[in-house]
Design a binder for this molecule. Structure first.
Ligand code: BEZ
Ligand code: FE
Length: 293
């Protein structure tokens, strides 16, 4: 077959597959499937995919699926490391003046068991530099939001979340509710950079392409209040060596914060604190679209 009739046959195959979805009742499903086929075929043609590469890809996806259950989600990790999670986040959370930027949820969110009081120490005695966090939650227009719920979670000084340690009780995660002025505060430890899980196919993929698995030090926040979009974000610590090369591309300039040096203060349970780092930050929530209510 000469090159031009080969190209015509390949284009005809793509069109035949695209048309096989033409009768889908759901127009959105039709758009998604037809576009997916066009891009998938274009990719295979672009790189002249070999049979061996196709088999390798099927093996990789199969191994990824085998590493998914209610505790581990290797497909989301794949999406994260390919930048797809952050792209979908960007498409769905276009910047709004006064609203805090969003970033990836990550696999380690678990709803906290109880509401903690202001200035609770969530470190459970974990090693690390003490950190006091105080923040105000406002609407994007600047109105303080009372009674917003605020979930926070972070890794320990060794870079592990409580849910990654068998038998570990809830630690370094908590829920707060904002006061009449929209404020919440807590004691914790300064987070450290840590690697995303590397014991699966995604970790192998990163190794093969010479990418490191590290995320810059961060604290996760999820903040919600009726009438507002739930904010899923992190605060990253200024000066971290991985800010420019986050394994999951989650860093946004606005989310990088400075820690001050401070001394003294009390935890909710009456413990006197010594020298520590201090983080002050304000969060802005965007009002829910009327169409979503
Ligand atoms: C995290 O920050 O917890 C995280 C996000 C994406 C992938 C792995 C971990
Ligand atoms: Fe994290």
């Amino acid at each position: 077959m000469n090159p031009s009739s080969r190209h015509a046959a390949e284009a005809a195959l793509t069109e035949q597959v695209v048309q096989s979805f033409a009768k889908a009742d759901n127009p959105r499903l039709r758009t998604l499937m037809q576009s997916l086929v066009r891009h998938l075929h274009a990719f295979a043609l672009d790189v002249e995919l070999t049979m061996e590469e196709w088999e390798l890809a099927i093996g990789f996806l199969t191994a990824t699926g085998h590493m998914c259950d209610d505790k581990r989600q290797e497909f989301i990790l794949l999406s994260d490391t390919l930048g797809l999670s952050m792209l979908v986040d960007a498409i769905n959370h276009r910047s709004v003046e006064g609203a805090t930027e969003t970033t990836v949820l990550g696999p380690f969110y678990v709803p906290p068991l109880n509401v903690s009081p202001a200035d609770a120490d969530i470190s459970g005695g974990a090693a690390g530099t003490p950190l006091h966090v105080s923040a105000q939650v406002r609407s994007a227009c600047g109105t303080p939001l009372a009674d917003a719920w605020v979930d926070v979670w972070q890794s320990d000084d060794d870079g592990y979340y409580d849910v990654q340690k068998p038998g570990q009780e809830e630690n370094l995660r908590a829920r707060f509710v904002t006061d009449a002025e929209g404020r919440f505060s807590f004691w914790s430890i300064v987070p450290v950079p840590y690697p995303i899980p590397t014991d699966g196919p995604v970790g192998k993929m990163l190794g093969h392409v010479g990418r490191h698995p590290y995320r810059p030090a961060h604290i996760h926040f999820m903040i919600g209040k009726e009438g507002y979009d739930t904010l899923v974000t992190h605060l990253f610590i200024e000066g971290d060596q991985y800010l420019e090369s986050d394994a999951v591309f989650g860093v946004k300039r606005q989310l990088v914060v400075h820690l001050d040096d401070a001394d003294g203060g009390w935890t909710a349970s009456g413990d006197r604190m010594g020298p520590h780092k201090r983080l002050k930050h304000d969060f802005g929530l965007r009002a829910s679209s009327i169409l979503n209510q």
